[in-house]
Design a protein around this ligand. Structure first.
Ligand SMILES: NC(=O)c1ccc[n+]([C@@H]2O[C@H](COP(=O)([O-])OP(=O)(O)OC[C@H]3O[C@@H](n4cnc5c(N)ncnc54)[C@H](O)[C@@H]3O)[C@@H](O)[C@H]2O)c1
Length: 255
């Protein structure tokens, strides 16, 4: 399939579980992929696997909480791979504690990565998309934003903020030919989820509980997410904007 032939795609957190799977899928479908991550080695590894399959990708170290780092990574990526057609804001981080056990320094880090980071990315990429009168933005939120999640209060607040922000940007930029949509993963087997399991204290019991409550009876895999993300980024979604889609095995179908 070559839905994204000729398209330049930026993915933040592209060295991680969901981000890596998303980068590989975009590349398989013809895109030139800019893999942005705080963890340069992780980004390089994803680029290596894409190139080994004949795809085109470049790795850029980028801290999305730092505007200078964001501007530098986007400038380097666009000069090498061309102007961004698609932006996927996927980088994220969490600390798993009941809210009253958290401290303000943790809130600041959570907000910087999960909310302000995406604002920097939009602020840096949108002017070019507006000038070109086209663009696709897909923001990775969480089902914690839709239905809450114990031990993730501030993270959930950021992810809820990202949904509200996405809908507003979708309204502001529809007239420029830019769409903005949101994908909410449910529990997905990545490094972030491994931290969550540890935070809960009894990982095996938690896994069993999830399997019992997920209608499709398994934890998500990173490869479960790119289908929804690439749909929103594709021409098939040209008339879809400001929407939120859960990819959670049916865990959160009421809400
Ligand atoms: N795994 C889940 O269960 C789950 C559930 C709901 C939502 N999500 C969301 O999915 C997205 C991807 O998470 P994942 O599960 O693949 O986790 P992951 O830990 O595998 O990947 C996250 C990536 O983000 C990068 N990152 C962190 N801080 C950064 C920063 N300041 N600048 C740039 N990159 C940074 C990390 O280096 C990592 O590569 C996140 O937004 C996360 O909140 C995950």
């Amino acid at each position: 399939m070559t839905r994204f032939n000729g398209k330049m795609v930026i993915v933040t957190g592209g060295g991680g579980g969901i981000g890596g799977a998303t980068c590989r899928r975009f590349a398989r479908e013809g895109a030139r992929v800019a893999v942005l991550d705080l963890d340069q080695a992780a980004a390089e590894k994803v680029v290596g696997s894409i190139r080994s399959e004949g795809g085109t990708a470049e790795a850029y170290r980028c801290d999305i909480t730092d505007r200078a780092s964001v501007d530098a990574a986007i400038a380097a990526a666009e000069s090498r791979l061309g102007p961004a057609d698609v932006l996927v804001n996927n980088a994220g981080w969490d600390v798993f504690l009941p809210f009253t056990k958290t401290v303000p320094a943790q809130w600041e880090k959570l907000i910087a990565i999960n909310l302000v980071g995406a604002l920097h990315m939009h602020h840096a990429v949108l002017p070019g998309m507006v000038a070109r009168r086209s663009g696709r933005i897909v923001n990775i939120s969480s089902d914690a934003a839709r239905v809450g999640s114990s031990g993730e209060a501030v993270y959930a607040a950021c992810k809820g903020g990202l949904v509200a922000f996405s809908k507003t940007i979708a309204r502001e930029h529809a007239r420029h030919g830019i769409t903005v949509n949101v994908v909410c993963p449910g529990p997905t087997d990545t490094a972030l989820f491994a931290d969550y399991k540890q935070g809960v204290g009894n990982p095996e019991k938690l896994l069993e509980a999830f399997k019992r409550s997920i209608p499709l009876a398994r934890i998500g895999q990173p490869e479960d997410l790119p289908g929804a993300i690439l749909f929103f980024a594709s021409e098939d979604a040209a008339y879809v904007t400001g929407q939120v889609l859960s990819v959670s095995g049916g865990l959160t179908m009421n809400g």
